[in-house]
Design a binder for this molecule. Structure first.
Ligand SMILES: Cc1cc2nc3c(=O)[nH]c(=O)nc-3n(C[C@H](O)[C@H](O)[C@H](O)COP(=O)(O)OP(=O)(O)OC[C@H]3O[C@@H](n4cnc5c(N)ncnc54)[C@H](O)[C@@H]3O)c2cc1C
Length: 488
């Protein structure tokens, strides 16, 4: 039997896993290659002193019967096996700004009424806003399951309007402008750059319904890996890909760090496109394309404090908290989330506290060995963690004395673990002013080399799943694939 694979996938993040699932389910011989010992990328969880922490998947939306993510989970055989805990419907996200707390409630009507209590004169603007978010999201064929005959259609008009620009056009109330932009950390937003399209998709996604995983998002990795293996796919971990190989017209496979060559008819890359460019040396990929990929700005990274609380000391917070200390939400934030370990949780055991941080802040330590970057780095982390915990204490007095232990991560950690460029949370920064330069299609000039993952289409659980379907559709035939998904 030939050892040649139909498809080799570089990287086992959500994008790689979903591609692996779809292709192996459809009878292709798939190899999924991951540099780390554990698959999952941003879906990895870790355990310290008996408690579990999520790293890059804290809450999801649109999981009620018939809603978009639920339909994809049904197709991926996940729905019945993943335990979820619903966030507070009267305020799944809370935005803290200039001394007030503003709850985002599920459903357009309740969202409007809840915010209108703070802004009674602006009720119409709020209603218009949340309707527009839904309308934009629903224009995406794969999100609405409408117009699926044309799944590659892209709503470029809303890619060229900025979030900040849009909220300014909606209302002259500066406070409301900020409150409506209050989930910007979910896409690493930049005021005059981030396209409205991404904001709308995420807003509508969570407004439909919002949940935490019970016991960790790594259940998705476990289930997808099980299915891929069951369908005959192979998952090779602890094996960084170092090169994509080509003949004079197409890719022929990938070489691993241990020099093993994996021959395949098609290659899909789920890693950051700039990392892929370092692995390709062929005239089939033009220098101008490489330059474009290398020059795109990245979304910010963050500094995270992972907190273990003393047993039964802090009540479980059934919402996510976004705090903005300045006069504009675009100027800095921290956000705080509890993890759900069991249904009907009363007390929290682990929580995360994030603050955005750029690569430059930690770049000086990047060449030092992981796990041993020296006293300067350790001091920096300790100081930053202290500062953030004091901010938390100001927002939730009495919390810090209940902390049993805590750990931290920096942009270097993300870069070490997932290889994302500059530790960026969501990969490349889409810019409404340079939309076509910052939007990377899943096709490349090489006919059998495809891209997947958060840098293509969109980031987050929904963006990555849809992107993976579009990528696989090019291999399997998109009409048959979308029909299958729709008919589940
Ligand atoms: C802090 C944080 C919080 C987030 N919270 C949420 C949330 O609450 N909800 C939500 O929907 N989304 C969230 N996201 C976004 C979401 O996690 C990502 O968009 C998504 O998981 C990215 O998947 P991916 O497959 O594109 O990439 P990744 O998860 O980055 O996977 C890429 C994989 O490729 C591997 N790799 C890299 N180089 C090589 C190589 N040379 N050879 C082999 N393998 C390689 C990496 O190790 C990694 O496993 C969050 C992200 C972050 C960072």
């Amino acid at each position: 039997m030939s050892s040649k694979y139909d498809v080799v996938i570089i990287g086992s993040g959500l994008g790689g896993l979903v591609c692996g699932y779809i292709l192996s389910k459809n009878g292709l011989k798939v190899a999924l290659v991951e540099k780390n010992n554990i698959p999952g990328g941003c879906l990895q969880n870790f355990i310290r002193k008996g408690v579990k922490f999520e790293t890059g998947m804290h809450y999801i939306g649109s999981m009620d019967e018939g809603q978009p993510l639920r339909r994809f989970f049904d197709y991926l055989s996940l729905s019945s096996k993943v335990a979820l805990s619903r966030l507070d419907t009267s305020g799944y996200d809370v935005v803290s700004f200039q001394g007030n707390r503003y709850a985002y409630a599920n459903g357009k009507k309740t969202f409007t009424e809840t915010l209108a209590r703070h802004f009674p004169k602006e009720k119409n603007s709020i209603a218009l806003y949340i309707q527009r978010m839904e309308a934009i999201a629903e224009r995406s064929p794969m999100y609405s399951f409408r117009n699926m005959d044309n799944p590659y259609w892209m709503d470029s008009s809303n890619m060229q309007i900025g979030v900040a620009e849009y909220v300014r056009s909606l209302t002259s109330d500066k406070k409301l402008q900020n409150v409506l932009a209050g989930i910007m950390p979910l896409y690493g937003g930049v005021a005059e750059k981030t396209p409205l399209y991404y904001h709308a998709l995420i807003t509508d996604f969570y407004n439909k319904s919002a949940f935490r995983f019970v016991g960790g998002s790594d259940i998705i990795v476990q289930l997808l890996c099980e299915s891929i293996r069951k369908f005959g796919g192979e998952i090779i971990t602890g094996s960084p890909v170092t090169k994509v190989r080509f003949n004079n017209k197409e890719a022929t496979g990938v070489t691993l760090l241990n020099n093993r060559f994996i021959e395949a008819s098609k290659v899909i890359s789920d890693i950051h496109p700039a990392l892929l460019m370092d692995m390709v040396d062929t005239p089939l990929i033009r220098k101008a394309y490489k330059r474009r990929i290398y020059n795109i700005e990245q979304t910010l990274s963050n500094f995270t404090v992972y907190i273990k609380f003393k047993q039964d000391s802090i009540p479980y917070l059934n919402y996510n908290y976004y705090h903005y200390p300045g006069d504009s939400v675009w100027d800095g934030h921290f956000f705080y989330m509890h993890m759900c370990d069991e249904p009907d949780q009363k007390y929290v055991r682990s929580a995360v506290l994030f603050e955005s941080m750029d690569w430059k802040t930690v770049e000086q330590w990047k060449k030092l060995p992981r796990g041993n970057r020296g006293a300067g780095y350790e001091d920096f982390k300790a100081k930053k963690a202290y500062e953030m915990l004091m901010n938390l204490e100001r927002q939730f007095p009495g919390t810090v004395s209940h902390i049993e232990d805590f750990w931290t991560s920096t942009p270097l950690t993300y870069s070490d673990y997932t290889g994302t460029l500059e530790g960026s949370m969501y990969g490349i920064l889409r810019d409404k002013n340079a939309f076509s330069q910052t939007f990377i299609p899943h096709r490349t000039k090489v006919p059998n080399l495809f891209l997947a993952g958060q840098n293509i289409n969109a980031h987050g659980i929904m963006g990555v799943i849809i992107g993976s379907i579009l990528t696989c559709g090019d291999i399997l035939g998109i009409s048959a694939l979308t029909k299958d998904i729709k008919n589940v």
